[in-house]
Design a protein around this ligand. Sequence first.
Ligand code: GP9
Ligand code: MN
Length: 645
Amino acid sequence: MQASKFKLPLFIIATVLFGLKTYIVYKYMFNLSIENTMQELILFLNPFVSAYLVFAISVWLKPRRQMKYLRWTILIGTMILYLNLVFYRNFTDFITIPVLFQGNNAADLGSSILSLVHLPDLLLFMDVAVVWFLSKRAASWAVDFSKAGKIAATAVTFLLLTANVVLAEMERPMLFVRAFDREYLVKNIGIFNYHVYDATMTTKTKAQRVLADGSEVQEIETYMRENTTNNEKTDLFGVAEDRNVIFVSVESMQNFVLDEEVNGKEITPFMNDLKESSDTIFFPNFYHQTAQGKTSDSEFIVENSMYPLPRGAVYFTHAANEYNSLPEILNEEDYYTSVYHANNKSFWNRDTMYANLGYDKFFDEQSFEENEENSFGWGLEDKAFFEQSIKYLKEQEQPFYSKFITLTHHFPFELPEEKAHIDKYNSNSKTLNNYMPTARYTDESLKGFFQQLKDAGLYEDSIIVLMGDHYGISDFHNKAMSQFLGTEIDGYQHIQNQRVPFMIHIPGYEGGKQYDKIAGQVDVKPTLMHLLGIEEENDLSFGTNLFADERKGFIAMRDGSFVTDEYIYKGEVCYDRETGEPIETASEQESPCLPFKEKVDKELAYSDSLIYGDLLRFYDFDEGERQTKEEVEEKEKKKEQQNNQ
Ligand code: GP9
Ligand code: MN
């Protein structure tokens, strides 16, 4: 055959073939949800970007080596893709480095591997075959660029990569900082860049953990014992003993809709009545303390009475840490513990984190039946979610602790018109306008849930806790918010807007009342334990039982702002909590907020070191003693051996 003058270089052929194959796998073999054209475009582009990124390196090699490089990289790339596919078929998830080293997971996969490998999968190796064939034929498929050509080819790599990252950032702002769901990462930057990201994260996390030797824990423990952890018993100790706990994390619900109306109709009639019930304890000054990890942060705070991280989601970055979580404590008290959430199980890395926190069962998306009528926006609507949960709830051994995470009232607060009970609000913010009918929708679904619990005979033996997870309306909508609230939104009002519903409903209790004291999500764990009559002398927490007289006197937000009985501190301004007026002092040193500010900063820093260094592994919660690094390593080794058996 006469060699033509121009031959497409093999690295380009490899890019096109491998890119196309990866796209087909993304599109037809992984079940990635694509919501708009932009996502579709990114999904199409990123396989080619990743492929070019790897194959274009070959231009720097001598022709023979170039061929060898392309042969092996396309094979390795295909293997990575294929292993992920096999893993995905079993776990509906992507491989992470920690997962690879989790003995149990690999074993699970090992036993079922044959059922996950299909003959037609061989087609996925076609491009590998083509590249191997061509690369062995003749070195003329190689390129011999001048230095400028090589630099240009590499420059294209960076251009493509930048374009991909910019598009991904536009589609999902703060994709990397928020350490989002693995599916989002794969959809946006591709599976290969995702692995690079995962490896970087793992290394960083590991390093901080490795450097810790446990000496740090003493100071923090002393601080917690003296300032936060509190074992004081009150009249409410044990009022809910042996009852089931049904904890509802109410998506994006903020206090500002309580007792308010839109066009003469109440936004949250059910919750309004519930908080007044003689069986309900209500905290109107309860603040969420979440950061970038949103719902998952609120879960983390409640489960551990610790703060979330300033960047990223602790559910993602420190899911393998040692904790002394609420589900673990309850398991020891013979509770059955479960979570209900009709979303993809890997969202916020929940599947991994829940297992580590000791939940017995996670009823994720796959436990629910979704169809066109009962799902929209984020997925299964709350009414169907609760309805479908009852059958599982009834089967659970009692007493149980079950957490429900609602979804419908989530940004962008979309609701089919026929499902709305009230009008939208009328302002310049579509988000705030939409917020009202979805808030009402969720309120209705809660009403239904209470009824279903009664019908199922579960109500009397349970306590039901409702908690808003985080804000739904950001500062971006301040103008519309100030129209709704009838007040300017300054630092003071911003903090007040971070109040979320927190009510504890104890059927038959009759002692319900409103507690006006300041409260936050860190207080939930000790408060629930108190009501259930669980004594954990050695537990460490940053929150305090809300019924105790002795409390530390501030609620810290993740960005360093805070609320005390008398002051609210935000953006370096100290406000009088009652009047909302800034307190002017001659110097910052004289500000009445200063002593609190120092405490808040210290407490947040302590919480961060506990997480970054995984310091709780140096603490034996049974004995209330610290352990040396050697003891901990010995224990970890034993655990690993057991896992591998
Ligand atoms: C998704 C749900 C909502 O599973 O928790 O996530 P959010 O964006 O609120 O953290
Ligand atoms: Mn949420």
